[in-house]
Design a binder for this molecule. Sequence first.
Ligand code: MG
Length: 252
Amino acid sequence: MIRLYRIEHDGGPRYAAETEGTWRLVEGDIFGAWKEGPEISSEGARLLAPVQPSKIVCVGLNYKDHAAEQNKALPAEPLLFLKPSTAVVGPDEAIQTPAWAGRIDHEAELGIVIGKRAHRVPLHQTQDYVLGLIAVNDVTARDLQNKDGQYTRCKGFDTFAPIGPCVAMGLDGRDLSVRAYVNGQLRQDSRTRELIFTIPELITFITSVMTLLPGDIISTGTPSGIGPMVPGDSVTVHVEGVGALTNKVVAQ
Ligand code: MG
């Protein structure tokens, strides 16, 4: 398995490919042809958001346990909403919460990073369009979600889409643990085998609606255990095989 990190290197963003702890600079385009270049030290490397998606397509209520805690019926088909590209932040960047917005929740999710332009992809071909997997924190202003009855405002604040720490290539997403920790305390703990709609089903469904571009992310939904974060908290989304995505919460 290769993990692609986007790092600050010699004053600019570069990709590095990590295999079993060894980091090598990427030469070429991660969405096209690339090869591994010289080995580098990972020590002190500042991690950036691994991709710059044109959109993040999120799936609501895709774990049975989360639908139950929200008192919502299981959806007959995936419930989609978008997070804007401007909400993206990388590992260790701050989640900025406006005090007037009320309760702000973490949502630990497995994300799928699209590798090439995807339009009406049949179920049996979906794997060809996946670059790799990523961790996503679908930060949500819960009070505003309940008040608005739709998701654009509550999910769309700047900094409400932490992604990272890498894109894990060649990782089987069918049964990975997905966890959230707040200040080191375990708050969400489930596995992707509990997904109502699977990764291939989501890719086929979403690309029947909209074209996905290289770097776009599908965030597959959150399990039960969602809860509030407050300024000063440190929140970690951990996806097995991908790693830990940690962000501090600060008052905007
Ligand atoms: Mg979510």
